[in-house]
Design a protein around this ligand. Structure first.
Ligand code: GDP
Ligand code: MN
Length: 394
């Protein structure tokens, strides 16, 4: 689960990580009063679930989703250009994201910008901390062009973050004296926050030093492990569904593992592994999947119906491919669900069904004699080929 910068900073500051003080605003007037309350120069920051806001551009033509304001009047003026408008950054895609909230923070004096990130390294089965003197810019670019400028430290989950690792990171960033101490405190608190909140990504870009030797998290991004949210009700409450894909939100209501993609073939599969294999075969056959969807091992008529409805509400979908292996579920039950869903929802598109496993033949017979426009296939390849053809209107 993703959260906004202001929410990530709330989580981090509970652990004592130093962040500039600020408050969230929903309108230009609110931005004005918060700027007045903070006093001095403030930063007006668009809150969207995407980075690159500073260099982003609004569809209105207004440049920059993060701007400094010297007075409350200026903060109000800037806020009015941001709130309610669509911000396009290199992470939002060309369609951009609508800015509904702003974070008004006190402005910091920057001596230098750094990058600091903690992420789960699945291959090494532990967290990796990455630090770089090349902060503020896109870390992906640094990783691609000058990977030697990123220092990595892997943290043993049993031992936790060690002092020598903190020093290694600090020295790599060129810190010494009080700045080193300040950095040491920050990274220990940041790591504690990351672990305790079941974060899968905690990124500070930029981490800054100030002219008086302080180290501060100027920006913050956190992603949380969905499967651990049940033990963090306070973090689960930070979910902002207006930032998520509406179809994914709908699917999550029915516990369907649905991820929207940008292709034309809607897929309904039971089991995540089979769902991925299905997407691979569709791609091999020259098609593009419109989604990943695992209806789960115990696919009931109700689940199939909801999954079908969600698939068909994606307007890019030109054909549907249903691929079910009857292991825990029986294929005739699935066929019943597909037919019921087809009758209830009405199918406007070609639907290819491939059933394999327990009672597959019975299921296929039911589909064929249902009077619904359902194409059947017995092998995965055949089903994918049919679906790809149908998606191209051939
Ligand atoms: P992002 O573009 O979405 O990553 O947003 P950031 O919060 O990282 O802000 C982008 C850039 O704006 C930073 O890299 C800074 O250069 C600048 N910026 C943000 N806050 C401040 C601030 O308090 N003072 C100054 N001088 N610059 C800031
Ligand atoms: Mn940033």
């Amino acid at each position: 689960m993703k959260v906004h910068e202001y929410q990530a900073k709330e989580v981090l500051s509970k652990f004592g990580v130093p962040v500039p003080k600020g408050r969230v605003a929903f309108s230009a007037d609110e931005a004005f009063s918060i700027a007045k309350e903070i006093g001095g120069t403030v930063v007006v920051k668009s809150q969207i679930h995407a980075g690159g806001r500073g260099k982003g551009k609004f569809t209105s033509g207004f440049q920059g989703g993060v701007k400094l304001a010297k007075t409350p009047e200026e903060a109000k003026e800037l806020a009015s250009k941001m709130v309610g408008n669509i911000l396009v950054t290199h992470q939002t895609g060309p369609e951009g994201k609508k800015v509904e909230k702003l974070y008004i923070t006190e402005a910091s004096d920057i001596k230098k910008e750094y990058y600091l990130g903690i992420v789960l390294d699945r291959a090494r089965e532990c967290n990796v901390i990455m630090a770089s003197t090349e902060g503020g810019v896109e870390i992906e670019k640094v990783a691609a062009e000058t990977p030697e400028k990123i220092v990595k430290v892997w943290v043993d989950p049993m031992l936790g973050l060690q002092k020598f690792q903190v020093r290694e990171l600090g020295f790599a960033l060129g810190f010494e004296g009080d700045t080193m101490k300040s950095f040491g405190g920050l990274i220990e608190k940041l790591y504690a926050a990351h672990e305790a909140s079941d974060s899968t990504l905690t990124e500070i870009n930029p981490l800054i030093t100030t002219p008086d030797g302080k180290v501060i998290a100027l920006d913050a991004k956190m992603n949380f492990d969905d499967n651990a949210l049940f033990r963090h009700p306070d973090i689960a409450a930070l979910r902002d569904i207006t930032e998520e894909d509406p179809l994914e939100v709908e699917a999550s209501k029915f516990d369907l593992n649905y991820i929207k993609l940008d292709g034309t073939i809607g897929c309904m599969v039971n089991g995540a592994g089979l769902a991925m294999a299905t997407m691979d075969v569709i791609t091999l056959e020259g098609g593009v999947p419109a989604n990943f969807l695992d209806v789960g091992g115990g696919a009931t008529t109700e689940r199939v119906k909801n999954a079908f409805r969600i698939l068909l509400s994606d307007k890019n979908v030109k054909a549907v491919m249903i691929n079910i292996f009857g292991g825990i579920v029986r294929c005739d039950i699935i066929a019943e669900g597909v037919i019921a869903a087809a009758k209830e929802i009405g199918i406007r598109l070609p639907v290819v069904v491939r059933l394999q496993g327990t009672n597959a033949e019975k299921g296929m017979e039911m589909l064929k004699s249902s009077g619904q426009n359902l194409l059947t296939a017995s092998s995965l390849q055949e089903a994918a080929a049919l679906a790809v053809k149908a998606s191209k209107g051939e």
